[in-house]
Design a protein around this ligand. Structure first.
Ligand SMILES: Cc1cc2nc3c(=O)[nH]c(=O)nc-3n(C[C@H](O)[C@H](O)[C@H](O)COP(=O)(O)OP(=O)(O)OC[C@H]3O[C@@H](n4cnc5c(N)ncnc54)[C@H](O)[C@@H]3O)c2cc1C
Length: 545
């Protein structure tokens, strides 16, 4: 399967070309770090590009102050990782191992240089992506998540980090190995999130972690962007790439995690160009990196709650949070790419058990809760089918609960054939789950088939029963159909396929009425719409006095 970057171990090390170094020197300045001094600490913004001229820079374990990785950076190498593109926070402590001389260039000047010199940009991004992959695989991050097995809040943080490809280390509270015991003793054996030795997050939430990691950008309400892309699923990310490459100043606001629904799929097999499949997170992560390279910024986890139109025709959206509406973003055009979200079932205790045995996606993270238990998946669509296939590797047995009498109308035939042939999966037709059992974690469900009822012991239930569009925030500005999907093109009385009834508001992907609900079509629409938005911006610029 494709991954998110090259393997740092086997990658050929190529020094930056001399003319690239000269260009960096021209925008930067020289700095000296005596042996033992910190070049960049955890929690500092990644606001400068650091090129080593002389000496050695090592990564330090923030818990022990010892060298963390055997490899270090020497002359002709540079510091940094992919978060640099988005202005995130540094979460590795970097120290001069010996007296060290570097060139430091401000981040904005460096991004500008990278946009002008594609070979330099490609070189740096390849190394940055490989470093992120290495950090992600090594699992020796300074970000430690403890107790996701016990605590839904900690689990939400873990899901956020995992889906956003942010390296972290996870410890179960009942782990007995020496490292787990040591880390748990740092926080008094309570579920928690810790960042380095000194920072423990009380009442952890994805937003607090994002703030620390610099993902939840400081919102500058003074500025009016060209384009606000609401939603960072495949459609929004594709639009972000094309907007950046067309020189449109765009910002993506994402409520949960870049990747959207696709980010919850561990294997997308029908996206062109990946014959052995690719996980949705890796696919959209690549798009995000590409978009950031072109200068598009991402802010998350922030939810757009409402939108209004200013007198000058620009739109302003209000973000969730407790800042009394002061977190407002304005743009001359808005792209609605908010997709759909899973429906819930009207079951008693559902809310208490969400995250505690009841899940709405099936990724590696949830799969680990299926070890030593049967898993139950509800739904007859492709996403339920994929989940059942994927979970069958981890769970004792998988029960797929389907309301109808067949999968033919709702699932791709290659998938239903695999399910029917798999001895680790039982499909229960004409069935529904009518009750959940368990206090702090799901223990069993009641399955009703025709007139009979039976209890299935399970600690993992996956609800995948279709979805409703995320359009509540549109405040009625753009018309929707009776189910809430946004009307575009002819249905909205517009010549343009993706234009809505509101001038300057466009819609793409799953949220759009009559769209094909697939990754490829979402990506295609997100790519194509940008040229229409460019025309709209150009025309409105000409018309403004
Ligand atoms: C488990 C699963 C497996 C799938 N497998 C495949 C497959 O193999 N092949 C295939 O082609 N398709 C597959 N699909 C379908 C595919 O993922 C979707 O069609 C595609 O993701 C739609 O992209 P989108 O960008 O339009 O919307 P989404 O992916 O739904 O993304 C919308 C994004 O907007 C965000 N958002 C929502 N409201 C707000 C708000 N108010 N403010 C800010 N952000 C907001 C959401 O958090 C989300 O990230 C699968 C779907 C699932 C769930």
């Amino acid at each position: 399967m494709e991954t998110l970057g090259q393997d740092l171990e086997t990658m050929r090390r190529v020094p930056l070309a001399q003319d690239h170094v000269d260009a960096i020197c021209a925008i930067g300045g020289e700095k000296f770090y005596p042996a033992g001094s910190i070049v960049m600490d955890m929690g500092e913004p990644l606001d400068r590009f650091v090129y080593v001229v002389e000496g050695e820079v090592e990564v330090v374990d923030p818990y022990t102050d010892e060298r963390l990785l055997p490899a270090s950076l020497g002359p002709t190498q540079f510091m940094g990782e992919i978060g640099f593109l988005n202005g995130a926070t540094n979460y590795l402590r970097m120290r001069a191992a010996v007296d060290t001389r570097v060139i430091e260039a401000p981040r904005t000047a460096m991004l500008d240089l990278m946009s002008r010199v594609p070979e330099l940009s490609d070189h740096i991004i390849t190394v940055f992506a490989a470093r992120r992959r290495k950090q992600y695989e090594l699992k020796n991050s300074a970000v430690k998540v403890i107790g996701a097995d016990r605590n839904a809040a900690v689990q939400a943080v873990e899901r956020f980090l995992s889906r956003n490809r942010i390296p972290f280390q996870s410890y179960d509270m009942d782990g007995r190995d020496a490292e787990t015991v040591q880390v748990c003793s740092l926080i008094g054996h309570e579920p928690a999130v810790i960042l380095g030795r000194d920072t423990k997050l009380d009442d952890p939430t994805p937003r607090k972690v994002a703030q620390y990691l610099g993902l939840d950008l400081d919102i500058c309400s003074q500025r009016t962007y060209d384009l606000l892309i609401v939603g960072g699923g495949p459609a929004g990310v594709a639009a972000a790439v094309y907007a950046g490459s067309e020189g449109i100043q765009a910002l993506v606001v994402e409520d949960t995690a870049v990747g959207g629904q696709a980010g919850t799929s561990s294997r997308i097999e029908n996206y062109m160009g990946f014959p052995t499949g690719i996980s949705g997170t890796d696919l959209t992560w690549r798009g995000q990196v590409q978009a950031m390279k072109f200068g598009t910024r991402f802010v998350m986890p922030r939810r757009v709650e409402s939108v209004s139109r200013r007198e000058d025709g620009a739109y302003c959206v209000t973000l969730d949070g407790d800042n009394n509406g002061s977190d407002e973003l304005c743009a001359r055009a808005v792209l609605v790419a908010t997709g759909v979200q899973y429906r819930r079932l009207p079951l008693d205790h559902l809310e208490e058990l969400e995250g505690a045995g009841v899940f709405y996606s099936a990724t590696e993270m949830e799969a680990r809760f299926c070890a030593r238990t049967d898993a139950v998946v509800i739904g007859g669509g492709n996403s339920a089918g994929q989940a059942a296939m994927f979970l069958s590797r981890a769970a004792g047995h998988v029960h797929l609960v389907v309301r109808g009498s067949s999968l033919a109308a709702s699932m791709s035939s290659y998938l239903s054939q695999r399910l029917e042939a798999d001895p680790r999966i039982t499909i229960h037709y004409h069935s529904e789950v009518t009750a959940l059992h368990g206090d702090t974690w799901l223990e069993a469900i009641t399955l009703k088939t025709h007139q009979s009822e039976r209890r299935i012991d399970t600690r993992a239930l996956f609800i995948m029963i279709g979805a409703a569009p995320n359009t509540g925030w549109l405040s009625g500005l753009a018309e929707t159909d009776e189910k809430g999907f946004v009307l575009t093109g002819a249905a909205a009385g517009q010549a343009d396929d993706y234009a809505t009834t509101a001038p300057g508001i466009f819609a793409v992907g799953d949220v759009r009425a009559h769209s094909v609900k697939r990754v490829a079509s979402a990506v295609g629409e997100g790519s194509v719409v940008v040229s229409r938005i460019w025309q709209y911006l150009d025309e409105s610029r000409r018309q403004s006095p």
